[in-house]
Ligand binder design. Structure first.
Ligand code: HGY
Ligand code: MN
Ligand code: MN
Length: 417
């Protein structure tokens, strides 16, 4: 690998690819994707596998009260504030084997490569797997990193419930019992000198523009809502339309109006209804209750603010004869990464003779929270046709290794500052 020195020379493409294959067995689906939802048995298995690899290399492993999992490689100065890199191991229900996992395995490969190359950094370097980034089982998403950064209160998150009513507190307890690790006492969070996250792009730009490395400049703003409509159960055969309080009919009116209201000229606004619930869900009972989630994203907070007002107006206008409310579950402002980290990622990609381009992230990542604590940045690599949150998500061993070489080079620089 021309231009590579230090740990970047010791990155092993085959080892990194094999680790992805090993992890993809945990929650593996028939289509080659993964269903490894936060704090599930599959998540616990992934935690144990990562910890076993870490112990085999003599790295220390610890967790915190929200279940973030840390793998620490010591530096020359054990008291120095560490540098960190990582992502998440939980997946969407029909997820791919690279979303999140690549960032965790690239960080771990970085530690191994530094070890293999005999690189001694001044600062310790930590690889991290954040708890519940996807937020598909438990809301909000990016939970572990947000609690670590002090943006969400631990107790509020422990009280969160999944769609079956299971409390996060209980799911976390069983996960930590199944995947035990020394617990760092007290509230999650500690000083970090710098954070870099590697991730597949989850979009088509790098592939279309024949670039290997995305130098990520920031992350667009994202908000998540739940709409709840309350009507009245009634008999499907005997109840005239005029007498109905059909919660699903009201919900569909709202959804149709929202799709129309969020269709913007430049196709920049992202509006998604990903989950719908209808109660009691019987073919011959008029729904008395209906609910749906809203995922709203845009690079501008002002636009998001204006759109939020429009959503409230639509819910109020379309609810009758039912009652309805819209509740905001998350509100993460647009993130600008640290210019010095952005420059460092770009410079190291260049030194490694890897074609790169600056670009924003359309997807949310744990880095959006850690960027409030310390200088942070991200490194993207291409994924096939930009497809993600889909079992056919794919990437190449060469691109994964290339992104990891850039990561090692950046981490070594940050860990020696
Ligand atoms: O939703 C997101 O942007 C991330 O992939 N969880
Ligand atoms: Mn992700
Ligand atoms: Mn994701």
């Amino acid at each position: 690998m021309s231009g590579a020195k230090g740990g970047a020379r010791a990155v092993r493409e085959d080892r990194l690819w094999q680790r992805h294959a090993d992890m993809a067995k945990l929650g593996g689906t028939a289509k080659g994707g993964v269903n490894r939802q936060a704090l599930s048995a599959e998540d616990a298995a992934a935690r144990n596998l990562l910890a076993s690899w870490a112990h085999a290399r003599g790295f220390s492993v610890f967790t915190d009260a929200i279940g973030n999992l840390f793998v620490r490689r010591e530096g020359a100065d054990a008291t120095a504030v560490p540098v960190m890199s990582g992502s998440h191991m939980d997946s969407q229900p029909t997820g791919g084997r690279f979303d999140g996992m690549y960032g965790v395995l690239a960080a771990f490969e970085a530690l191994e490569a530094m070890e293999d190359a005999g690189v001694k950094t001044r600062r310790p370097v930590i690889a991290v797997a954040w708890t519940n980034e996807e937020g598909s089982r438990f809301q909000p998403g990016a939970m572990g990193s947000a609690v670590f950064a002090g943006r969400y209160a631990l107790d509020d998150m422990l009280a969160a419930k999944d769609w079956e009513g299971i409390a996060l507190r209980d799911a976390l307890a069983s996960t930590l019992a199944a995947a035990p690790a020394p617990m760092r006492p007290g509230k999650p969070g500690f000083a970090v000198a710098g954070y870099v996250e590697a991730h597949i792009e989850q979009g088509p730009r790098l592939e279309n523009e024949h670039k290997t490395i995305g130098v990520v400049t920031g992350i667009q703003g994202s908000r998540r809502y739940i709409v709840q409509v309350d009507g009245e159960e009634a008999h499907a055969g005997t109840t005239p339309r005029a007498a109905r309080k059909d919660a699903f009919a009201a919900a569909t009116r709202m959804a149709a109006a929202m799709y129309a209201a969020t269709a913007d000229e430049g196709d920049t606004l992202r509006f998604t209804i990903g989950r719908v619930e209808v109660h009691p869900g019987s073919p011959n009972t008029v729904p008395g209750r209906a609910g749906f989630t809203i995922d709203l994203r845009h690079p501008s907070d002002e636009i998001l603010e204006a759109q939020e007002k429009a959503l409230h107006e639509i819910v109020a206008r379309e609810a009758a004869p039912c009652a309805a409310r819209i509740e905001r579950v998350t509100n993460v402002a647009p993130t600008d990464f640290d210019p010095a980290v952005i420059d460092l990622v770009r410079a190291r990609a260049k030194a490694l003779k890897l074609p790169s381009m600056d670009m924003p992230s359309g997807a949310g990542h744990d880095a959006m929270h850690i960027a409030t604590l310390c200088p942070a940045g991200m490194i993207f690599v291409p994924c096939e046709r930009g497809i993600s949150h889909n079992e056919i998500e794919n990437a190449t061993p060469g691109d994964l290794a290339a992104g990891t070489r850039v990561l090692v080079a950046v981490l070594e620089e940050l860990a020696n500052r």
